[in-house]
Ligand binder design. Structure first.
Ligand SMILES: Nc1ncnc2c1ncn2[C@@H]1O[C@H](COP(=O)(O)OP(=O)(O)OP(=O)(O)O)[C@@H](O)[C@H]1O
Length: 631
């Protein structure tokens, strides 16, 4: 059809122009403008999508940083580092710098991909201005994640919530874009300020009518300059918020200040309220009625102990500030005074909440003591903590280990914290690992270790560098009997030339390992002696236990009363089963065995036995006394 129409027009043309003109057929594309992208509009599609996607792209690291910080809180890595002498501010500065480097690296990738994709925002905006803005934004991201991390305790919540915060911010920004551009108050929220800067650059580069953003444009009076100043101000506000929150938000460990930070107290000159050598009886009264505790207190406070004692505590007290305003402060350790010599394992027993962990944590600097003094390995914990950390080892109640580090890396890390030199560290690692039987696990990652192996690694960390004093907080809790016995034999071997302070809930463990045992309840040391002595002092002597025929119950009861000494106590009195406690006179035990054996059929005794009281009974009796005192 097109052919016939063209031929008809062509013959008409030839006729009127005397064959001078003719129409030739062919196909050609429509002419397009060089920068038209084929749609007739001169725009950079990548930049348009970029405007929408940039905010997401430049904010995705915030949730990642937040979960990193919250995970640290959850896993308590910082506490373990603190127990080994690392100052929290060092940890936070390094976390900040690591996050900043990560952020800057991701920003570089962002800029390089923009340049490779030939996106105008990156090709046409001054690179110096871009780098400056991204540097400021990287700092803001890191400090913002620090601030957000204070509001979460669990990793999962932190992840979801921080993603939501970023998502809502981006959506809100695009909804209010026009308003944000014209109203400065929105720039108080740092992401709004940075997104606005990015959008301004992107719009400048999309629209031909305005020139692209250059360094010379970045001067006072310019919109981007003004928003950048807001962004910098936001950074400092966030920094102040982080410093404030770190002082007032209660952490699982460590103390925190009231919301008003006790500012007035800062101006008062701090008085040194102790002097190690002259510290004596004038402090808090010891509540213990026990003669051994009183004697130990007298011995230590009057200075009658070996001056080389690696562990000396005088009138040590720890009060926690009240959790609720108006409440009284909580006294976790009332007043502890004792000294432990070298080559000794000192067991600290007590029910949950007795104050054992608080005492250890106050000694190793996790908390500062409310009153009292202590010397560890010859150094005063109030003045020479740096020296103390080099000479002590700590195995905390729960394993605080990094899943992705190897066994050796853990030991190297803590060894360096303790100040072991590079030359000696490999040797120290080998020594420590062979003591706990983990030499073959040297290169294994912690996530591949069993519970017992992790515990042994925690003990290896504690004894790294051959410290003088080792604190073991419930080292075998939750382990099976086999592993528990293995750890006992390890502890027995490593106790040479050391002073070990061990807390445990296992009486058997205390009996096996400890040369001296102190039982603590309600923050007070109730007794302190060897396990044998404690049994003698607090145990109710011996126990007669029997099962019998209920028909002869009354006669049997009379018979037993007639053969036991007058001091007997009935512990259990059932028709078919009874327990009596008594303190035997000389020779009575052998007589009892004979008499009961002769009369057992006559009184219907089915089976019977006599046993000495256990440390557990001593423990229970002391704890119940402590409970009565506390009421
Ligand atoms: N950070 C804290 N702030 C306030 N009170 C605390 C704090 N930590 C512990 N306490 C309280 O101090 C008391 C002693 O606690 P601590 O953990 O020292 O006891 P424990 O003998 O080690 O117990 P467990 O055997 O369960 O570990 C408890 O009443 C406890 O509630």
């Amino acid at each position: 059809m097109l052919y016939f129409v063209t031929e008809w027009h062509s013959s008409f043309l030839r006729k009127i122009t005397d064959n001078a003109a003719t129409i030739t057929q062919g196909f050609r594309s429509f002419p397009i403008l060089k920068e038209n992208n084929g749609f007739g509009i001169n725009i950079d599609v990548a930049s348009i999508f970029g405007v929408v996607l940039y905010p997401w792209g430049v904010s995705f690291l915030i949730p990642v940083f937040v979960i990193g910080l919250v995970k640290e809180k959850e896993e308590r890595y910082l506490i373990m580092m603190k127990m080994n002498g690392m100052k929290p501010y060092v940890y936070y500065i390094f976390t900040y710098l690591t996050d900043l480097v990560l952020c800057m690296a991701s920003m570089f990738c962002f800029i390089i991909s923009g340049l490779l994709l030939n996106m105008k925002l990156f090709t046409q905006t001054s690179l110096t201005v871009l780098l400056l803005e991204f540097f400021i934004w990287s700092n803001v991201q890191v400090i913002l994640s620090f601030a957000l991390s204070f509001f979460f305790k669990r990793n999962g919540t932190a992840l979801v919530s921080s993603f939501l915060i970023i998502m809502v911010t981006v959506v809100l920004y695009f909804t209010l874009m026009e308003e944000v551009n014209n109203t400065d108050k929105y720039f108080i929220w740092a992401p709004f300020a940075f997104y606005n800067i990015l959008t301004t650059f992107a719009q400048d580069s999309i629209l031909d009518s305005t020139p692209y953003y250059q360094l010379s444009d970045f001067v006072p009076g310019d919109h981007v300059f003004k928003v950048t100043m807001y962004l910098i101000a936001d950074y400092f506000i966030l920094l102040l918020i982080v410093l404030y929150l770190s002082a007032i938000v209660p952490q699982e460990y460590g103390s925190h200040k009231p919301w008003h930070l006790n500012i007035l107290k800062c101006f008062k000159k701090k008085k040194r309220d102790y002097d190690y050598d002259s510290y004596s009886f004038n402090s808090f009264d010891d509540q213990s009625k026990d003669d051994d505790v009183k004697a130990e207190r007298h011995r230590v406070l009057s200075g009658n102990y070996d001056r080389n004692c690696p562990l000396v505590i005088k009138n040590f007290r720890k009060e926690y500030p009240p959790r609720v305003k108006g409440d009284k402060s909580h006294v976790a350790v009332r007043s502890a005074t004792f000294a432990v010599e070298e080559n000794m394992v000192f067991g600290l027993l007590g029910p949950n909440g007795a104050g054992k962990t608080t005492l250890i944590h106050s000694l190793i600097g996790v908390y500062s003591p409310t009153a009292g003094v202590a010397k560890l390995a010859g150094y005063d914990i109030n003045t020479d903590m740096k020296q103390v950390y080099k000479r002590i080892g700590i195995c905390p109640q729960h394993d605080i280990l990094w899943n992705d580090l190897t066994v050796e890396e853990h030991l190297l890390f803590y060894g360096r914290l303790k100040g072991i030199t590079r030359k000696k560290e490999k040797e120290a690692v080998t020594e420590s690992l062979s003591s706990v039987g983990l030499l073959n696990f040297r290169t294994r990652k912690v996530k591949g270790l069993s519970g017992g192996e992790k515990r042994r690694l925690s003990i290896a960390i504690a004894i790294m560098g051959n410290p003088k004093v080792v604190f073991l907080d419930e080292p075998t809790t939750g382990l099976d009997p086999d592993v528990r016995r293995l750890i006992w034999s390890i502890l027995n071997d490593i106790s040479q030339n050391k002073t070990i302070m061990l807390t445990t809930h296992s009486m058997e463990e205390a009996e096996v390992l400890c040369n001296r045992i102190a039982i603590m309840s309600h923050g007070t040391i109730r007794c302190c002696n060897t396990s044998l002595k404690l049994k003698e002092l607090y145990g109710s002597g011996f126990r007669l236990t029997y099962n019998n025929n209920p028909q002869k119950y009354k006669e049997l009861k009379k018979f037993i009363a007639s053969i036991l000494p007058e001091n007997y106590k009935i512990v259990r009195d059932l028709a078919s089963n009874s327990i009596y406690e008594f303190i035997p006179s000389q020779g009575l035990l052998s007589q009892l065995f004979e008499i009961i054996d002769q009369h057992k059929e006559q009184y219907g005794i089915i089976d019977w036995g006599i046993s000495q009281c256990s440390l557990e009974e001593v423990f229970l009796s002391i704890i119940s006394e402590g409970d009565a005192d506390a009421e």
